[in-house]
Write a protein that binds this ligand. Structure first.
Ligand code: GTP
Length: 640
């Protein structure tokens, strides 16, 4: 029974993986157009390998390639910044200072624009214009980076593969509503304001109307009051947002996969073709090619959809209420809801907005463009939204070869864009790793990211989470300083048994686990909106009890019997008296005073044996569960 469930869910996962893997793997063209479009691209042959980080040589070669002048291209005026150069964790003051500078300079953070084109522009001309514009854009960013690195304005790695931007350009051109999916734990890091400007520029050029929308996914990480705070912020900025939790639907989706009848794969392919034909790009040609057969397919899909809808019951009723809500939203005075929307509510809200955008348009088909950084939950959101369609498409694994355009309703199309890393400022590259933009597994130096993590998550939370005890700062150090990367990883490594053959903690391995815990929210940290107090916004539960417990445990056992992590924790606990004693004893080596044995150079750490001999067994006096658990671990470690 258990086995069956397992295989079902892994089938679901592999189907989902198959469908969306195109974004991650070069050579898999599941995210591509196969149709030769009027703008001259063979979307079936695109190179969709994301390139965010290049070394200086790769940068030089790709510049040469873009400029079409093998090895003769001018090297971008770049300084290669070693990622580990940003090791130090910045203080809150420095962070505010950097944020102020970022705010001043944000107009320089542009995404590349697609050059103007019309029917007279040949595909070759357009291709070459695009390459030039792209090269120019990269050059400007490189210059900016060069000039501002010293001022602490670090430009994050950004997407350098032009094909990704070409996809974004098309999605923006096609869409009525451009939805930026952001991570609720740090929404502004994932919001690209320049993209919003670009959307409006394209709308102006097209003489159409387009709306920007922010979907705050992973809202399950936020408390109600945190959502309200963000809502207040976005209302004050006049930005349309909705809160969503795609993960809520992931299990449901996997479970339903076996229940939903398979729909002919051609139907889905045709749906993509038809939606392409209706997007305002070369409609006549493509429509002619799909012809009445295409029309029939659309009707077929619509029939299949209404069947699914009628089986899901309350959908249309919900639609009505939320549609009304959306329509009532006054333009220019945004009032967002802080509730986490259900899938149906979200679809209805988006539909309502899209309908408003196109109320004067003859074309009744509305398109929602989905854009977002990697790892914000784009695939999960799309899966949640297009549940029925997704299962039908993925019923034949590996068959979806199209740029994703999926019908949500008969007149509502979802247009998916590969995950894009936009140019942005963050305080450090370490921050990008923590927020899941750069993959943990490709990290070369874990120290900056783990140091940052240890600065964001309070010490007692780390101790609680991992059942470890971290050393206290030494005498003379800031008593409130966060643990260093090494302190955290040593303790973690000892506790988990992650050791190198040389018998020291395997910190590189430990770092991967700890960082992934942050990325996936097991170590939860949520940023407050600008102008709000971070400490009040995200209050970590106080575990003063457990810190005291750990102190009493570590001070009550002979150091030689303590596990290494506790020994380390105690080693750093110098008291002034102990230090004085050690110093003066050393100074009096050879002079035997009655009753006092001279200390030996390089001997035990100060005060240890004395303290150890005075030990009682205080743990017996405590019945706190946490303490017992910690003791159990200590003993089981000693028994090994
Ligand atoms: N807690 C929580 N986790 C989520 C939610 N949505 C997605 N995730 C998790 O976030 C991670 C990334 O989700 P994906 O859907 O693969 O994100 P993506 O943006 O498509 O990522 P790329 O494929 O890298 O572009 C996965 O581990 C998901 O389980 C959510 O609503 N809540």
């Amino acid at each position: 029974m258990g086995k069956k469930n397992k295989s079902n869910s892994s089938l679901g996962r592999s189907l989902i993986k198959d469908k969306f893997s195109g974004r991650k793997h070069a050579g898999d063209s599941s995210m591509l157009h196969t149709a030769e479009l009027a703008d001259g691209y063979d979307w079936g042959r695109l190179n969709l390998q994301s390139v965010t980080e290049e070394n200086s040589f790769e940068e030089f070669l790709s510049t040469a390639n873009l400029a079409g002048t093998e090895f003769l291209a001018e090297k971008l005026n770049l300084t290669f910044v070693n990622p580990s150069s940003n090791v130090e964790v910045i203080s809150e003051e420095e962070r505010k200072d950097i944020i102020a500078k970022q705010e001043e300079n944000k107009q320089f953070l542009q995404i590349p624009r697609r050059p103007n084109w019309d029917e007279k522009t040949s595909p070759e001309e357009l291709h070459s214009l695009e390459k030039d514009a792209f090269l120019d854009w990269r050059r400007k960013l490189a210059l900016f980076q060069d000039e501002n690195n010293a001022k602490g304005l670090l430009l994050t790695p950004y997407e350098k593969n032009i094909e990704f931007w070409r996809q974004l350009w098309r999605v923006v051109e096609k869409s009525d509503v451009v939805i930026q999916i952001v991570d609720a734990r740090n929404p502004l890091l994932f919001r690209c304001e320049d993209l919003e400007r670009y959307v409006q520029e394209v709308a102006e050029k097209q003489g159409s109307k387009k709306i920007n929308f922010i979907l705050v996914n992973k809202a399950d990480f936020l408390t109600k009051s945190q959502r309200e705070t963000w809502c207040e912020y976005f209302n004050s900025q006049n930005v349309r947002v909705a809160f969503f939790s795609a993960i809520k639907y992931s299990k449901q989706t996997a479970a339903k996969e076996t229940e939903i009848p398979e729909v002919d794969e051609d139907v889905s392919d045709e749906a993509s073709d038809v939606s392409d034909s209706l997007d305002g790009s070369p409609s006549a040609d493509t429509q002619a090619s799909s012809g009445s057969a295409g029309q029939e397919r659309v009707e077929e899909i619509s029939r299949a959809k209404s069947e699914v809808e009628s089986s899901t019951g309350t959908l249309s009723e919900d639609n009505q209420t939320t549609n009304e809500k959306a329509k009532q939203t006054p333009e220019g005075d945004t009032k967002n809801s802080s509730d986490i929307l259900t899938r149906e509510e979200l679809v209805s809200l988006l539909k309502g907005i899209a309908e408003k955008v196109g109320e004067n348009s003859e074309n009744k088909l509305r398109t929602l463009g989905m854009v977002g950084y990697p790892n914000v939950g784009k695939s999960s959101t799309i899966n949640a939204l297009v549940e029925e369609k997704k299962t039908s498409v993925s019923a034949t694994p590996g068959k979806t070869k199209h740029f994703q355009t999926l019908f949500l309703e008969e007149d509502l199309v979802l247009c998916d864009c590969p995950g894009l890393v936009m140019p942005s400022f963050v305080s450090s590259q370490a921050e990008m790793v923590l927020w899941g933009i750069l993959p943990v597994d490709r990290l070369r130096d874990h120290v900056p990211s783990v140091s940052l993590l240890a600065a964001l998550i309070p010490k007692h939370s780390l101790e609680e989470q991992y059942s470890i005890m971290l050393p206290s700062p030494m005498e003379g150090e800031d008593p409130d300083r966060p643990p260093t990367s090494e302190e955290l990883l040593n303790s973690y490594g000892y506790m988990r048994g992650f050791m190198t053959p040389r018998g020291i903690p395997d910190n590189a391995r430990g770092a991967r686990y700890v960082l992934k815990d942050f990325v996936n929210g097991r170590l939860l940290y949520c940023r407050a909106p600008p102008g709000y107090n971070q400490d009040e916004f995200h209050v970590f539960p106080s575990t003063a009890k457990s810190s005291k417990a750990s102190e009493s445990v570590s001070s009550s056992i002979a150091p030689s019997k303590l596990p290494p992590q506790l020994r380390m924790a105690r080693q750093n606990k110098f008291s002034v008296e102990a230090l004085d004693n050690a110093f003066f004893r050393k100074a009096s080596i050879g002079v035997h005073t009655k009753g006092t044995k001279p200390a030996q150079i390089g001997g035990a750490f100060p005060g240890s044996s004395q303290e150890a001999s005075n030990l009682t067994k205080p743990w017996k006096k405590h019945n706190n569960k946490n303490k017992k658990e910690k003791l159990r671990r200590v003993y089981s470690y000693l028994d090994q």
